[in-house]
Design a protein around this ligand. Structure first.
Ligand code: UD1
Ligand code: UDP
Length: 360
C-alpha cells in the first residue's frame, strides 16, 4: 500500500512527525507532499531538521495569498502529484487550508482519505479552520478522533461509525518523544534570562484576533497590563502573520518580550517552564494541558473543550480585563488534571488501522 502524507504548516509537521517516524521505521511505501503554505525557515525547515524527518518528495510552494487563491493553487498542484504517484491513501492532519485541499484533491480522484485529529468543532463558522475541518471530516474515509467527545460529534453529524476511530491525539506522542530531549538541550530559559515558573508565555496568531486592529490591540493591552501588574516577563514568540499585522496597525506593546518563533524543543522548554500560558493556538492549548501548565485561551470559543472540562484552561476572549481575571483564577488553581488527549500511542494506532484497512 502506498501512502501520501500531505502537510503544509508548522502544527501539521509537528503532529504528523510521530506517524512519519513509524512509516520510516517500517520502511513503508510512503512519501511527503508539502504544500508550501509555511515556508519561512523557523515555521518549516527547522522542524524537519530538529525532528529528523525525511525531506518532502514534493513541495508545491504555494506560499501566502488569499484563502481561495492559496487553496486553489494547492488543489492544482496536489492533483498533478496524486495522478503521477497514485497513492492508495492520503493522510492529512488538522484544519488548515492544506488539509482541505489535500482531502478534496484526493477524494475526487477516488483516493482514500484519512483525517488525523477529526471531529473537533468550535461551532464558529467565521473561523477558516472550522470550515476546513468540517468539510474534511465529511470527505474522509478514515476519521481519527482524538477523544470520545470528538467521535460523538462526528456521529452526531451522521458520519458512519465504521469510519470513526478514537486514537488519542498525536501531539501527546510528539510531546512525550521530545520533552526529555528538550530539557537536556540548550538552556533556553537562561538564554532569555527567565526563571522557571516566573514568566508567562504567549502565542497569538489567529486571523480573527490579529487581523482585527481593535481585537489585537485589546489583547495586547491585557498582556501588557499583565506584565506590569504581576512584575513578570511575558514572552511572546511571534508568528509572522502577527508580526506583519502588528506593524501594519502600528501596535507597540511596550512590556512584552517579543522573540522569533521558536523551534519545537525550545518551545517545549518555554511551555513547561512557564507559570501560565496564554494562547489562541489549538496545539498550544493541548500542550499546556498535557504538560500540566495552566492555560488562558484568548478566544471566545474552543474546539478543545476537553481542556476546559478537566480544569486546565479558561476562555478569556479579547477583553483586557477578562484576560487579567482569567489569569487570576488559573493562577489560584491548586488541583492537577488528567490529560484527556490519550496515551502517546495515537500514531501507532493510526498506522495499524490504515494498514489493516489496506489488507482487508
Ligand atoms: C495557518 C492556518 C492556521 C494555523 C496556522 C499555524 C489556515 C487557514 N490557517 O495560519 O489554522 O493555526 O497556520 O501556524 O490554513 N507567513 C510567513 N512565513 C510563513 C508562513 C506565513 O511570513 O512561513 C506570513 C505571511 O505574511 C502570510 C501570513 O503569515 O500572509 C499568514 O500565513 P497563512 O499560511 O495564510 O496562515 P497562518 O496565519 O499561518
Ligand atoms: N510551536 C513552536 N514554536 C513556536 C510556537 C509554537 O514550535 O514558537 C509549536 C507548538 O509546540 C505546537 C504547534 O507549534 O505544537 C502549534 O502550532 P500553531 O500555534 O502555529 O498552530 P495551531 O495549533 O493553532 O493550528
Amino acid at each position: 500500500m502506498k501512502i501520501a502524507i500531505i502537510l503544509g504548516t508548522r502544527p501539521e509537521i509537528i503532529k504528523m512527525a510521530p506517524l512519519i517516524k513509524i512509516y520510516q521505521e517500517n520502511r513503508a511505501d510512503f512519501f511527503l507532499l508539502h504544500t508550501g503554505q509555511h515556508y519561512s525557515y523557523q515555521m518549516d525547515k527547522v522542524f524537519f531538521e530538529q525532528l529528523k524527518l525525511p525531506l518532502p518528495r514534493y513541495n508545491i510552494d504555494v506560499g501566502s495569498s488569499s484563502h481561495a487563491e492559496q487553496t486553489g493553487k494547492m488543489l492544482i498542484g496536489i492533483e498533478k502529484i496524486l495522478l503521477k504517484e497514485k497513492p492508495d491513501v492520503i493522510l492529512v492532519e488538522g484544519d488548515t487550508n492544506s488539509v482541505l485541499a489535500g482531502a478534496l484533491a484526493a477524494v475526487k480522484l477516488g483516493i482514500r482519505v484519512g483525517h488525523v485529529e477529526s471531529g473537533l468543532r468550535s461551532y464558529d463558522r467565521t473561523m477558516p479552520e472550522e470550515l476546513n475541518r468540517l468539510l474534511t471530516d465529511h470527505l474522509a474515509d478514515y476519521l481519527f478522533a482524538p477523544t470520545p467527545k470528538a467521535k460523538d460529534i462526528l456521529l452526531g453529524e451522521g458520519i458512519d461509525e465504521k469510519k470513526v476511530f478514537v486514537t488519542g491525539n498525536t501531539i501527546v506522542d510528539a510531546v512525550r518523544q521530545n520533552l526529555e530531549l528538550a530539557k537536556s538541550g540548550k538552556d533556553v530559559l537562561s538564554d532569555l534570562k527567565l526563571k522557571p515558573k516566573q514568566y508567562f508565555l504567549v502565542t497569538l496568531h489567529r486571523q480573527e484576533n490579529v487581523d482585527n486592529a481593535a481585537r489585537f490591540g485589546s489583547i495586547l493591552l491585557g498582556l501588557d497590563m499583565l506584565a506590569v501588574r504581576n512584575k513578570l516577563p511575558v514572552v511572546y514568540p511571534i508568528h509572522p502573520r502577527s508580526r506583519k499585522m502588528m506593524d501594519e496597525f502600528k501596535l507597540k506593546p511596550e512590556n512584552l518580550t517579543l522573540i522569533e518563533p521558536a523551534d519545537f524543543l525550545s518551545f517545549l522548554q518555554l511551555e513547561s517552564g512557564a507559570r501560565l500560558i496564554l494562547t489562541d493556538s489549538g496545539g498550544v492549548q493541548e500542550e499546556a494541558c498535557i504538560l500540566g501548565v495552566p492555560c488562558v485561551t484568548l478566544r471566545d470559543n474552543t474546539e478543545r473543550p476537553e481542556t476546559l472540562e478537566v480544569g486546565a484552561n479558561m476562555l478569556a476572549g479579547a477583553d483586557a480585563a477578562s484576560i487579567l481575571e482569567c489569569v487570576e483564577v488559573m493562577l489560584d488553581k491548586k488541583d492537577k488534571w488528567d490529560n484527556p488527549f490519550g496515551d502517546g500511542k495515537a500514531a501507532a494506532r493510526i498506522v495499524k488501522i490504515i494498514t489493516e484497512a489496506g489488507n482487508g
